[in-house]
Design a protein around this ligand. Sequence first.
Ligand code: PLP
Length: 721
Amino acid sequence: MKEGSRRKKLSQTGSSRLFRYLIPEEIASLLPQHGSSKELNLVRLGERNTETTPVDIKALFLGPKAENGELAEKMLLQVFRDYIFWRRNFHPEDMSAIQPEEQTSAEYQRLVARFQRELFMLLGELKADIPFYSPRYIGHMVADISLPAMVGYLATMLYNPNNVSWEASPITTLIEVEVGRELAKMLGFGNTPQELARTWGHITSGGTVGNLEALWVAKALKFLPIAVRFAAEELNVTGLTASRARIPLESMRAWDLVNLTPTETLDLKDQFIAAYTGAHPELEPQEAVAEAVQQLKAHNILTLGDQAFFSRLTDEDSLNTPVIFASQTMHYSLQKGAGLVGIGAGQVISIPVDKYYRMDRGLLRQALYEALEMQRPVIMVIGVVGSTEEGAVDPMYELVSLREEITEQGLSFFLHCDGAYGGYMAACFRKPSGELRSLAEMQKEYGGWPTSEVHQSFAALGAVDSITVDPHKLGYVPYPAGAVVFRDGRSKELVAQEAAYTLGGRAGHPNEIHLGKFILEGSKPGAAAAAVFLSHRVVPPDQGGYGKLLGHTAKIARKFYHRLLLLAQSIQDDFIVTPLVLPDTNIVDYCFNLANNDRLDIMNRFSQRLYQELSIHPESPVQTRSFIVSHTEFSYANYNPEILKSFLEQKLGVKGDYFVSSKELKQRRSEGWVGCDDEIMVFRTTLMNLFTLEEAWGAKDYIDLFLEEIPGLLRKALAAL
Ligand SMILES: *Cc1c(COP(=O)(O)O)cnc(C)c1O
């Protein structure tokens, strides 16, 4: 078949089914090595993949006792044998480099012996590692990895593809782009392959890098209109207009320019490039585009650096120090990232949370109007979906509507959602078509979860600009697999970096995809992308797949919450236990106290004693623990003290004025006061393990076992006080 007609044929058959979201043109240009028989294969594979998904969690994991050990062993053996044949079949005419006689030499044997010995040492030491797979591990945000993820990772790792560039990973680069689009669909950025092709998502080493990349892009985007104005001046491009009011660019001050919306900003860039190209018919179009892009780059804040960039903005163009507003529950990676991209960790202003640990809309609104009043540029606003400590979901729908409101007033910003933890729960909210499910239908399936607020927040995700979401958390995929997804794929051009030797250059194919050009990281495992890909193929990221798994975990968390309330009744004569809030996702936080203690310092000391029984220490290795939980500390400085004080008073019997700032604490201690503290010790349980409600001992499940254990541990902690 001729090239042209082959492409036409692919377009006619619709998208290939191995890659459901890459559009036919992308596949046709990037898999040219496959003839038409491959097309048939792709389609056939797809047919098999469109069956309705049977999700039996019992087939999906190795199992707490490695019950599926034989299945996994069989698959891994198949993977390895298949891989060996692949090696033998690459230029089979070549001679062997290692001869059988050499394999029996004394030297050879000595090395093998050393290898064996050292391997068993390592395997021995690893037994002190944490049994994340066990339903007795209910601590941090990690559980077992799924079998598809494990096998997909190990299989691909053998090939060792490097997704920095297409040349080093012709298959897994495409897989990563496909996975990015699957995540974009799950989060509500689009449904059809054409819509999804306009988004941009990829795998990162984790949520930290996902957030960092969003900060990087948001900063470049914020100041791009200023770069356009300088570049237009330089290249004599006139007639550009920006924003809904269609004001000529030349007459816009820096303050107006930085308050264009992200979409208006990216449109302005396109407009500039088109205007320059149109004004220079003597140049090849590609050449003209390159010149315009180069000029833009020369004026970009990432090229100039803050010092040189801002020093050019004088008089009525001068700008105040830009800020970021983020939920008080934000992950510390955001401060790290803000420091790294030069925004300044100190310019990340935290917006206090309400009594559900969700960002307080009223306080955000106030902060935004103050910024408007003082003409302080807001680079971005960050809401958290599934906060690291509480699993709380910020009111994303309020953030979206607030942005609409204040954009009208002349202040705009980039809206980011840190869904590193909770983002995958979006799967529960989406039908396979991508359509949003109704609240009533979901509550019926998931035992009352989610609340209407949480439902509206997930429904609003499609309107934000970028989302961090970690497959290595609620995707049950091995590390390292985070992800970041941008609603508008043009964002990636703002941080593009050429490198001819690895990222295509002149000799490259025009349609090659070089991830390394647009992302923060360089060399990166194609295996991570393949693990996510295979997981999504077996368990799709929608209602029928991950939705089933994660909805089940939300249900488990509610059970845990309610049974904790029952435990509270049964021990109330001696001890207090109280959950913090009804969980938004699948993390439950709770606090303990002695029944007749009203001092915060004693409550914390008692909690620490108890925690020692429920966590590992060098002296108490994992085998000696019956359950492992995690903890956090709510500090006076980082939380809303009024809300915490009333929680202490009403739920924990800490009645005095004991919760104070660090400074006050020091002062009071020096005056001989007792009872105070500047932190509250909180227990934290992540209910990700899908086997938690299985019968563990007789009719008891793991929550029963855990709660039965508690009274004894409380007495032990009291005795040790
Ligand atoms: C875990 C987490 C991160 C950081 O992700 P890593 O994968 O650990 O880098 C960021 N934000 C939130 C909300 C998280 O829970």
